[in-house]
Design a protein around this ligand. Structure first.
Ligand code: EPZ
Length: 456
């Protein structure tokens, strides 16, 4: 008998504590059926922060019911923003008119395991002239510094003070336009600049900016608020600061990470999954790799149908910033590559420690060798930075059930796909982390015919 917990009961507890949720999964069956993908976790959370900049209520639609959204919602409420649920499911109304300073302890208590709090800096400095940001959480996939963020904020005129529990910022003379070149097209740092520059006095030029679809959707949100932002060639973004912004009404871009995850689940389990809400434009690079691996997909008006088109073939993939193959896509892809006939190589060039999840796959019988300093010689792509890791996957190897603990969000989802691919029973622990980013995970697995029970 399967007991489906209410997926919306996400916990605000810090992710480093085991969420205590345990799945028992019996693998070896194809996943087939239709799932709906809602708004992108990595846009919705940022658009919620942007509401702080408006002088009237904002409406955000297609917001996923995940714990990362709950964390940002409670952080906004701690700062006096009124957040209410709209009529339509997945709609939030965000009224910033009661915004006030919050106490450090309160902020820290609500910061959860998210990295989003760092994006409160600019809006709070504009609103209140000060901000306190607790030490950040987020997945352990590298040391994930925030130096680009702090350097950018100083360029706008903020005073940054490091405290034992986080950072305190102030802007005694307000914030002015800045001339910023990012050392690397960082998504978070680009968002930091956007959320600060729109209300700074004067013009900001941002060079070497990230241009992910979620960034472009955040620019659309800010433009709806009255911001003046132009996107120039070669990763240059110009922002003309304005004196005031109004609320927005925006429907989030779909979550291409979740869509890619279900596509890889179809590959790995030899299934057939229709992902409602998925759009081709934002997944072009992924779809090319999906087809090269041996997948088949049909693009429809309201989604994309993914299935295995025959024997899986090995590929060589490098992760990169947009429009390259996204770093968040490599974990579920690697599970499918364990079933491909031959040697695949995945070069990870964005994070310095993003193959930790492969340990559990090896436990299940996968043949994966991780090269922490990348591959020497011709096989190695010249990375944007010193950093590059590589994973060499030889297949096909039958996977067998194991007892595994989820390490992070995307790796955790891959563990679930691996357990669904493996013959026999697996126990997957610390599943709560996965629900930070995947709405209604258990219900969707149930819809697709997965054989599992929630046992803890
Ligand atoms: C965002 O993280 C996403 N998270 C990540 O998704 C995603 O993998 C990443 O962008 C890349 O696309 C959210 O949007 C909440 P970065 P972010 O700044 O902004 C280095 C998921 O599972 N860096 O582009 O933190 C950094 O260490 C998550 O949804 C600095 O060195 O990513 C990394 O190596 C995982 N200094 C690289 O840049 C800085 O100040 C890219 O990081 C900032 C970043």
């Amino acid at each position: 008998m399967k007991t489906l917990l209410d997926d919306s009961a996400g916990s605000g507890a810090r992710a480093r504590k085991l969420s205590g949720e345990v799945l028992s999964i019996r693998g070896g069956r194809p996943l087939s059926g239709r799932v709906e993908v809602k708004g992108a976790k990595n846009l919705a959370t940022k658009a919620m922060v942007a509401a702080l900049l408006g002088e009237t209520t904002s409406v955000l639609r297609d917001v996923p019911d995940i714990s990362d959204v709950k964390v940002v919602r409670s952080l906004l409420e701690v700062h006096g923003v009124t957040v209410t649920d709209g009529e339509e499911r997945g709609t939030l109304l965000l009224d910033p008119r009661g915004a006030v300073s919050a106490h450090m302890e309160e902020i820290d208590a609500h910061a959860g395991a998210s990295r989003i709090p760092i994006l409160f800096c600019g809006p709070l400095l504009h609103l209140l002239g000060q901000a306190f940001i607790p030490d950040l959480g987020g997945c352990r996939i590298g040391d994930r510094p925030i130096d680009f963020h702090l350097d950018a904020l100083r360029s706008f005129g903020a005073v940054v003070e490091k405290l034992p529990s986080g950072i305190r910022l102030s802007a005694p003379d307000g914030l002015h336009g800045a001339d910023i070149e990012l050392p690397y097209p960082s998504v978070g740092a680009t968002e930091q600049v956007l959320l600060t520059a729109v209300r700074a006095k004067g013009i900001t030029e941002l060079r070497n900016a990230a241009i992910e679809p979620e960034i472009m959707d955040l620019i659309a949100v800010l433009q709806k608020m009255g911001a003046i932002i132009s996107y120039e060639p070669n990763r240059v973004i110009l922002i003309e600061g304005v004196d005031s912004l109004r609320g927005y009404d925006h429907r989030c871009i779909f979550d291409r990470n979740e869509a890619a995850s279900w596509a890889c689940a179809a590959l790995a389990t030899d299934g057939d999954i229709y992902v409602g809400g998925a759009k081709q434009q934002e997944m072009l690079t992924f779809l090319n790799v999906f087809r090269k691996v041996g997948g088949d997909f049909d693009v429809h008006e309201d989604g994309i149908r993914f299935r295995r088109g025959g024997a899986l073939r090995p590929v060589v993939v490098e992760t990169d910033v947009h429009p390259g193959f996204m770093t968040d896509w490599q974990q579920p892809l690697i599970v499918a590559l364990t079933q491909a006939q031959g040697e695949s190589i995945v070069h990870e060039t964005v994070y310095e420690n993003r193959f930790g999840f492969t340990e559990a796959l090896r436990q299940m019988g996968a043949d994966i060798v991780v090269h922490p300093r990348g591959l020497a010689g011709g096989a190695r792509r010249v990375p944007r930075r010193e950093l590059e890791q590589a994973a060499v996957i030889n297949g096909p190897t039958p996977l067998r059930g194991a007892d595994i603990v989820v390490p992070d969000l995307r790796g955790g989802y891959s563990h679930v796909i691996a357990a669904l691919t493996a013959e026999g029973e697996s126990t997957v622990r610390n599943v709560g982390i996965i629900r930070r980013g995947y709405e209604k995970l258990f219900r969707k697995l149930d819809t697709l015919g997965a054989d599992f029970d929630v046992i803890g």
